[in-house]
Design a binder for this molecule. Structure first.
Ligand SMILES: Nc1nc2c(ncn2[C@@H]2O[C@H](COP(=O)(O)OP(=O)(O)O)[C@@H](O)[C@H]2O)c(=O)[nH]1
Ligand SMILES: [Mg+2]
Length: 273
């Protein structure tokens, strides 16, 4: 496969930098499915991942901002690389955060958008951010999942109404309902009911499905990106063509002007002779 020159392409169409990077990443073909959690601080991203990989404390958790960089765990049994991210926050827009966010978008095959139901529906910042993200992931219905966390913290009717409002905020998104705490309790106390009501088994079953689907998902994404980048490049090519035309007519006009000036100068000189 010929290597595309990312820097050169990004210079031509800087507005498509994220798509170019994703295109390059896809062509490098990671052998594992790359799954990232994404969402606001303190919504339960790291706790969820620890529960899935059954390693308490691998991803740091806490009530304040503890994850500062994207962090990965290779889950060999499932052939998945789980990626934890510092998260979104409208107030803290540090350089590290922005880098971490764009790395997730260009790096992950599957994104779990994590939202703590205890906070109610999505706030405006989350809704806008998540919707903007769908625009970047073509068949997002197969690769972006809204993961409602901490469902143990609300009663059934609150959960139902939050789900209903979110369905309007993010139309057509597939939704998972999770409680990592309930799952861990189920494991610790050997209570299958807690385990099944934690929603984790459903997520793990989905992970097996990604394993099967990843090849075709990546092909679809590559084809989509190829189309988008090709269109953007063609558009840029036309723009450059027009710029050249404009430059050429400016040059011709300048040349005519210059000729006229020379002729005027010569005739002035001749008149004086
Ligand atoms: N009750 C309950 N608390 C949770 C659950 N998941 C996470 N937490 C708590 O929420 C807080 C933030 O979790 P953390 O995983 O660090 O969030 P992150 O910043 O999104 O990674 C921690 O105090 C966790 O113990 C859950 O399913 N139920
Ligand atoms: Mg975290």
């Amino acid at each position: 496969m010929t290597k595309i020159n990312i820097d050169q392409m990004a210079k031509l169409i800087p507005e498509s930098e994220s798509e170019i990077q994703r295109f390059a990443n896809l062509r490098e073909q990671s052998t594992t499915v790359r799954v990232a959690v994404f969402g606001k601080y303190n919504h339960g991203k790291s706790t969820l991942l620890n529960a899935i990989i059954e390693k308490e404390g691998f991803f740091k958790t806490g009530d304040h901002r503890v994850t500062v960089k994207n962090q990965e765990y290779l889950d060999e049994a499932r052939n998945i690389t789980w990626i934890d991210t510092p998260g979104l926050d409208a107030d803290i827009n540090l350089k590290d955060d922005i880098e971490a966010q764009s790395a997730v978008i260009t790096d992950a095959d599957i994104i779990l958008l994590v939202h703590n139901v205890k906070t109610g529906e999505l706030d405006r910042y989350e809704a806008e951010y998540f919707n903007a993200l769908f625009a970047k992931k073509p068949d997002f219905k197969d690769r972006v999942f809204l993961t409602l966390t901490q469902i143990d913290q609300v009663d059934e009717s609150t959960l139902a109404s939050v789900v209903q409002i979110i369905a309007q905020q993010l139309p057509s998104i597939k939704t998972l309902q999770i409680s990592a705490t309930r799952y861990l309790k189920g494991i610790a106390e050997n209570q299958p009911v807690f385990i099944s009501r934690s929603g984790l088994p459903a997520l793990v079953a989905l992970a097996d499905q990604w394993q099967t689907d990843i090849g075709s998902l990546r092909v679809q994404e590559l084809q989509h990106l190829k189309k988008v980048l090709r269109e953007t490049l063609l558009h840029r090519k036309n723009e450059i063509g027009l710029e050249i035309q404009r430059d050429q007519s400016t040059l011709s006009a300048q040349e005519v002007d210059f000729q006229n000036q020379i002729e005027t100068y010569i005739s002035n000189v001749q008149r004086k002779l």
